[in-house]
Design a protein around this ligand. Structure first.
Ligand code: HEM
Length: 415
């Protein structure tokens, strides 16, 4: 049924019962007509009356497990890979499954903000780099991270730490194999990746399954669950205050625990600095760097906690999932694994482990990593979401301010 062919008998049914009924009926009909428009209700009720093609009704892709695949299929079946409009509740979306429109979205200053969901806001990520509003604070965080955390010299200075964690993961896999005859590789990779980030950011490694390590594991698990949950409050403002799914309540409880956990680490750093003085940027961890810059950059303790906590969330699963795909692909293609092993045997030999300095010479291994990133990009959809800060155009399509623009990286890469 389209707005133009709604049966008059259907409309009459609503108009049979007095004043209030008339108002309710009109509201329902308006809702129905709006939701049947291309792009759905949020587009129909916007002032733009944009003609971007897209499915009517409400797209429920995000309540499932593989939204990037559902949306890719939808835009391919409607033949709107360049740009598709859709609605989730009252949130207006566009999605690109095409390199040209993707480039336009990602290069445009009109899409400089990131949409922030309630869970990320409640977890204080609006004070961290990935979700801070476009402006001076965000630029400063980017500069600090590029200069200190992602600085190539610093990354290579931490090669020893990564080797240590790699060796520990291998020992763990061996021990589990011996004990149980099988290994849950996903868990080993997740905890190895978490420890690698913790070393780089907090300068500290954890034993999981007990004490502080167990607390950290719980905090991270709860955070991932809350950030991943599809929350209707993000898209239906009228019911948002009710917090029907309990996301707000759980986020607030989590933030209290995170503040205590990370606050304790910051205090330990402050205490050590009082006794021993500050470490230089190469030898300190990211907490030291942020404490050094705290006054000049006007960062509060809670800003520092948000920045550190975001790094843990951004850096743990992305790396673990990529590694898991690489291993899965090798298992599926043993001939590729043999070639990778042969390359390592020639370049590194069998008397020592692979180190950072070998990587430029391991061309085949690098290609495997790149191919896995192409086939299985971690965060294929939401990592690439932007918010239009003012009205803009993608090609000839008018995009009103406040629209969430997504790039479906998974759909774009050929497979
Ligand atoms: C395989 C590994 C990783 C992949 C595939 C990946 C992917 C991405 C993607 C797609 C974005 C969004 C970029 C954009 O919107 O322009 C992003 C942003 C970000 N990532 Fe990663 N990431 C990885 C590892 C890491 C690690 C290890 C860290 C931290 C130690 C990290 C920290 C961040 C931060 C802070 C942002 C926000 C940057 C900003 O808003 O400017 N990522 N990542």
């Amino acid at each position: 049924m389209t707005p133009s062919n709604i049966d008059p008998a259907f409309i009459l049914l609503f108009f049979s019962n007095g004043g209030l009924c008339h108002v309710l009926s009109l509201a329902l009909i308006a809702l129905l007509v709006f939701s049947l428009s291309p792009g759905g209700i949020a587009w129909a009720s916007s002032r733009s009356h944009s003609r971007i093609p897209g499915p009517s009704g409400i797209v429920l892709a995000f309540s499932g497990t593989l939204p990037h695949r559902v949306l890719a299929k939808l835009s391919s079946s409607l033949q709107v890979a360049y740009l598709m409009a859709f609605s989730i509740g009252f949130t207006r979306f566009i999605i690109s499954s095409h390199p040209e429109s993707a480039k336009e979205i990602l290069n445009s200053s009109a899409f400089a903000d990131r949409p922030i969901k309630e869970s990320a806001y409640e977890l204080l990520f609006h004070r961290a780099m990935g979700f801070a509003p476009f402006g001076e604070y965000w630029r400063n965080l980017r500069r600090i991270s590029a200069t200190y955390l992602f600085n190539p010299k610093r990354i290579s200075a931490q090669g020893g730490l990564r080797m240590e964690i790699g060796a520990q993961m291998m020992d763990e896999i061996e021990a589990l194999c011996r004990r149980d005859g099988k290994v849950e590789v996903k868990r080993v990779l997740h905890l190895g990746s978490l420890n690698s980030i913790m070393m780089c950011v907090f300068g500290k490694k954890y034993e999981f399954g007990e004490g502080e390590g167990m607390e950290l594991e719980e905090l991270v698990k709860e955070g991932y669950e809350l950030l991943g949950v599809f929350n209707w409050s993000d898209h239906l403002p009228l019911i948002g205050w009710m917090d029907l799914q309990g996301v707000r309540r759980r986020c607030r409880a989590l933030v209290k625990r995170v503040n205590v956990f990370v606050g304790r680490i910051i205090e330990e750093h402050k205490e050590r600095r009082r006794i021993m003085g500050a470490l230089d940027a190469m030898n300190g961890d990211f907490v030291d760097i942020l404490l050094d810059l705290q006054l000049d950059e006007k960062l509060s303790d809670s800003d520092i906690i948000a920045v550190l906590w975001e790094m843990i969330f951004r850096g743990t699963d992305t790396v673990a999932i990529l590694l898991e795909w690489i291993l899965a692909r090798m298992v599926l293609h043993p001939e590729i694994q043999s070639k990778a092993q042969a390359e390592i045997d020639i370049i590194v030999g069998s008397s020592r482990s692979v180190s950072d300095s070998d990587i430029p010479k391991l061309h085949y291994l690098q290609s495997i990593v790149k191919e896995c990133l192409r086939l299985h990009p971690p965060g294929p959809l939401l990592s690439w979401a932007r918010l239009a800060i003012h009205d803009a155009y993608i090609g000839d399509n008018f995009i009103p301010a406040g629209t969430t623009a997504m790039v479906n990286m998974w759909a774009i890469t050929p497979r």
